[in-house]
Design a protein around this ligand. Sequence first.
Ligand code: B16
Ligand code: MG
Length: 216
Amino acid sequence: QHIACIFDLDGVLVDTAVYHYQAWKQLANSLGFDFAHAQNEQLKGISRMHSLDKILKWGGVEKSEAEKEALATLKNSWYVAMISKMTEAEVLPGSLKLLQDLKDQGIKIALGSASKNSGLILERTNLAHFFDAIVDGNTVSASKPDPEVFVKAAELLGALNKDCVVFEDAQAGVQAAIAAGMAIVGIGNAENLQGAQLVINDLSEITIAEISALKK
Ligand code: B16
Ligand code: MG
């Protein structure tokens, strides 16, 4: 098959959104305000600093660049403490089987994540060995919805953009994949994934034949 698959990490292969939420909530509370779980949807797929900017805005709090750096570092230290305890059991349903099937068929696999912590998460959950290329928050300069993360992943795989299928759980990621000219499988609620060709609840709901049929 002439396809390549690019997986987002948080919300697609693992559910680290719960840990991001807990750590951001703790940070907001330490600044004297709170935000709703529903607002957390807007933080998915966007970078750490963009997330912080949004949260400070919700709280009506203004901080200097230096203070923001310190707050982001503090939040990350709490987040890293949480993900350091992750296990294989936290891999989302269907992920292992699909990754193994793709590998068995010789289909190239890349990670396309906004996270700077992807290495630790992949190691803790034993997923690292599936990937032919890893592009994450450490390697990109423009965050989703900019297509850079997926374009770089395709380049590293030696694949054309039009041959790539992206798996995403966030609207910002769907926008990025559209901008890259790639096919998109959305994971989660269709209302948060506008522009995806197909929306499923998790990776157990899709086969390689169905993925191939989506190719642009
Ligand atoms: P970090 P993904 C994203 O991961 C998360 O969805 C988003 O909530 C987070 O702010 C971003 O990573 C940065 O994460 O603070 O670990 O660098 O969905 O692109 O895999
Ligand atoms: Mg995600």
